[in-house]
Write a protein that binds this ligand. Structure first.
Ligand SMILES: NC(=O)c1ccc[n+]([C@@H]2O[C@H](COP(=O)([O-])OP(=O)(O)OC[C@H]3O[C@@H](n4cnc5c(N)ncnc54)[C@H](O)[C@@H]3O)[C@@H](O)[C@H]2O)c1
Ligand SMILES: [Zn+2]
Length: 460
């Protein structure tokens, strides 16, 4: 049961993802098409031409058997019709987990062809075999390859991929997934109040007790707090070990999971101690969302809407987003992080949209408002600011407001809170230079603009 099989229609990316996943996990990669070519001494179209499909299927079965007989853990890319035969499917499912990759949509396929990842256009086999592919429960909807990490988004992925890994979990996640207990080396007490150096010290002690060495790695399974903390503990354990991130909240799926920022809070402020340390692998598994409390879900929706302001509005059913919608939303951050991985070029400033006022609102409320609620309010207030500066129109503020309200989020400053009362907090904002503060104002869907404003003069 130690194989990870990648399966799916032609051009879905089985070899590309397979190679990247094997590299991220530090295991061997096997491609059954290659095994066939090596064994037969010719390429696949020649086998089809000389022996027909039936002849090809015979050698294909032998290649699958050969891959399943390998003793060590490995990632195996299968040909697009290998598991049509029931006995082959049984053998694969007995030997490990079958991850079926969805057909890429035209836009994604075009990107992959341009990137040289695939050469073949999708044949009509994909349509013909759609019910067959749909019958596999573990799905990979989309993947991204960043400089130093592979991001997978789908459903049912996590149990298959992190089986046997050393886990840092969140106590709420553990409650819903008791099967994770045996792999857990440290269970994070839940909540931002535990995002402290004290918890990091406890995590290091747990690493020591688990005998984690220089070449070991650790896997975070939890929300943004668990991911940020585990990443930071991994960055500093023995001067840096690899880690895998399995985000379990919507916010951590669309936002905190990528970009490499890790850290913890200090009494003096949030996220003050930290390091850039990207996980080698991010596994977004939407199955975790089924246990997420609605107020935590709403926090993620706030960041999703923020991404729409940056990258353009996306189709969304309005309830719990599926893996494709999450990946599409995450792609806004992925593109920005690709251009500015260490926040040196100012591109990442775009992600701060709605957050300058949002952070001040969150703090001024004494953290009674959640981050997502404060971001919703911050985005709307910053959109109003854009209108006042002549950068947008009233209709945009109304539309943005409506969108947040449909997601169940507040959009007005709480009683007694005014921009005036937030000014002092914004003066202490990290992005400050003199009395000017850089805002990233939402001006329309897909239109955010960074503007420097003098807090004393230009803020009403
Ligand atoms: N690294 C980054 O780039 C980045 C970006 C944005 C936010 N963050 C950080 O992320 C944190 C916020 O993340 P968050 O909103 O995920 O908070 P969180 O990790 O505190 O999770 C929120 C709550 O949901 C619970 N939970 C998590 N998964 C669950 C599940 N599947 N089912 C039931 N309950 C579950 C947790 O126990 C917790 O009570 C902040 O500390 C913030 O600074 C980091
Ligand atoms: Zn945020």
């Amino acid at each position: 049961m130690n194989k990870l099989f990648l399966y799916g229609p032609p051009a879905s990316g089985k070899t590309t993802v397979g190679q990247a996943l094997a590299k991220a996990l530090g295991v061997k990669f096997v491609d059954t098409d290659q095994l066939i070519c090596q064994a037969e001494g010719c390429n696949i179209s020649e086998i089809f031409a000389t022996r027909g499909e039936a002849g090809f299927r015979e050698v294909e079965t032998r290649a699958l058997e050969e891959a399943c007989a390998i003793e060590e853990k490995c990632v195996v890319a299968l040909g697009g019709g290998t598991l049509l035969k029931d006995s082959n499917r049984e053998l694969a499912e007995k030997s490990g987990a079958v991850i079926c990759i969805d057909s890429p949509d035209d836009k994604v396929l075009e990107e992959r062809i341009l990137a040289g990842e695939v050469v073949r256009p999708l044949g009509n086999k994909a349509k013909e075999r759609a019910p067959h592919y749909a019958s596999f429960p573990i799905r990979l909807a989309r993947y991204f390859m960043l400089e130093d990490s592979l991001v997978l988004a789908g459903s049912g992925l996590a149990p298959a991929i992190v089986c046997g890994e050393k886990l840092v979990t969140d106590e709420n996640v553990l409650k819903h997934h008791p099967e994770l207990v045996s792999g857990t080396v440290f269970a994070m007490p839940s909540g931002e109040e535990h995002k402290t150096p004290d918890t990091i010290i406890k995590m290091w002690s747990a690493f020591a007790q688990a005998g984690l060495g220089r070449r070991d790695r650790v896997t975070a399974i939890g929300g943004g707090v668990t991911g940020d903390m585990t990443g930071f503990a991994a960055a500093t354990w023995m001067r840096g070990i690899d880690w895998i991130n399995v985000p379990t909240t919507l916010l951590s799926m669309v936002d905190a999971s990528t970009g490499g920022k890790t850290g913890c809070d200090l009494p003096e402020g949030k996220n003050l101690a930290g390091a850039f340390h990207s996980p080698k692998l991010v596994v977004i598994d939407t199955d975790f969302l089924s246990t997420l409390p609605p107020e935590v879900m709403r926090c993620g929706l706030a960041e999703m809407i923020k991404h729409w302001a940056i990258g353009g509005k996306q189709e969304f059913s309005g309830t719990v987003p599926n893996a494709k919608e999450i990946a599409e939303n995450l792609s806004v951050k992925v593109e920005i992080v690709r251009e500015d991985p260490f926040e040196k070029l100012g591109r990442r400033m775009l992600l701060n949209c709605g957050h300058t006022i949002g952070h001040a609102v969150e703090k001024e409320s004494g953290y009674r408002l959640s981050h997502g609620e404060a971001v919703a309010i911050g985005c709307v207030e910053e959109a109003r600011l854009a209108v006042r500066l002549g950068l947008s129109r009233d209709a945009w503020v109304e539309e943005l407001k409506r969108t947040f309200e449909q997601a169940g989020l507040p959009t007005g400053l709480p009683e007694g809170m005014t921009l005036e009362s937030l000014r002092a907090i914004m003066r202490g904002d990290k992005k400050r230079a003199g009395d000017t503060v850089t805002f990233t104002l939402p001006c329309g869907w897909g239109d955010v603009r960074a503007v420097k404003l003098d807090l004393g003069k230009e803020l009403p």
